[in-house]
Ligand binder design. Structure first.
Ligand code: ZN
Length: 165
């Protein structure tokens, strides 16, 4: 039997070492080969602009992938600001510029992170953009391991790394 080597494909669990840099060269995230990112290919576990470039790669393959904002964390939307009155915060709450606050979206019910943009006397302007919105992402990736997902992982749409849930 001469099986072809596994490749990155839908329903495969991919172990990925990576370095993520911005245009200015700053490394903002990384995972080494000994503790790679593990995710389920084809299940929107990672940003679409990266996922689509990984199809067909084999164990040991390396690649540089540039992801435009639209395929990453979105374009920066200057309108995505909301004003929250001080009375909405507990009296002893300590607000800081740039801090992230968990908020529940009143329309979708989803929990989103909003960032404190401006603290004013009567309230706070929150920025709803992802901190990486508007940024082009530069990934250097290496496929460390590949395995088929289990039926349970496929049913859940994510991997189970030694613990069930
Ligand atoms: Zn699960």
């Amino acid at each position: 039997m001469n099986n072809p080597p596994p490749t990155v494909a839908d329903n495969m669990v991919v172990s990925l070492a990576y370095v993520l840099q911005l245009d200015d060269g700053n490394v903002i995230d990384s995972a080494g080969a000994s503790e790679p990112l593990q995710y389920l290919q084809g299940a929107n576990n990672i940003i679409p602009g990266l996922e689509k470039e990984l199809y067909g790669m084999q164990i040991g393959d390396k690649k540089n992938v540039d992801v435009a904002p639209a395929d990453g964390y979105g374009e920066y939307d200057p309108e995505a600001m909301t004003f929250v009155p001080m009375s909405a915060f507990p009296p002893d709450f300590e607000l800081e510029d740039g801090m992230g606050l968990q908020m529940r979206d009143s329309n979708s019910g989803e929990v989103v992170i909003a960032y404190v943009e401006d603290i004013q006397t009567d309230g706070v302007v929150l920025n709803l953009n992802h901190p990486l919105a508007g940024q082009t992402l530069h990934f250097q990736v290496k496929v460390v391991d590949l395995r088929p997902a289990t039926d349970e992982e496929l049913a859940h749409g994510h991997i189970h790394d030694g613990h069930t849930h």
